[in-house]
Design a protein around this ligand. Structure first.
Ligand SMILES: [Zn+2]
Length: 94
C-alpha cells in the first residue's frame, strides 16, 4: 500500500553483501540501523508505489554505479558508526 523509498530495499540488500566482506565492530540492530540511515540520507531517495516497487528495485539492484555508490557510503557509515556508537557500552544485543 502507498508509497515507499525503493532505496531502503536496495540498501538493505547491499548491506547484507557488505557484511560478508567487512567485519563490523558491532553488528547490533542499533548500529545496523544507524549505518543504513546514514547511507539513505546520502543517497537520493527513489520513491515509488508499492506495485511498481519490486520491479524497480530489481532494476536498481543491477545498476553498477548505484551499487558502488551505496558500497562506498556503507564503508563510510560503518567507520562513522564505529566511532559514534549510540548504545551504551557492554549492552549491545541483537
Ligand atoms: Zn552496536
Amino acid at each position: 500500500m502507498g508509497v515507499f523509498n525503493a532505496m531502503e530495499t536496495v540498501v538493505a540488500q547491499l548491506f547484507e553483501e557488505f557484511r560478508k566482506s567487512y567485519e563490523l565492530k558491532c553488528d547490533c540492530k542499533t548500529c545496523q540501523e544507524d549505518m543504513m540511515a546514514l547511507v539513505l540520507n546520502r543517497i537520493p531517495p527513489r520513491y515509488t508505489s508499492s506495485e511498481k516497487g519490486q520491479l524497480f528495485v530489481k532494476g536498481e539492484y543491477t545498476n553498477q554505479q548505484l551499487q558502488s555508490d551505496v558500497m562506498r557510503e556503507l564503508i563510510a557509515a560503518a567507520a562513522f558508526v564505529e566511532s559514534h556508537q549510540h548504545h551504551r557500552d557492554g549492552t549491545a544485543s541483537p
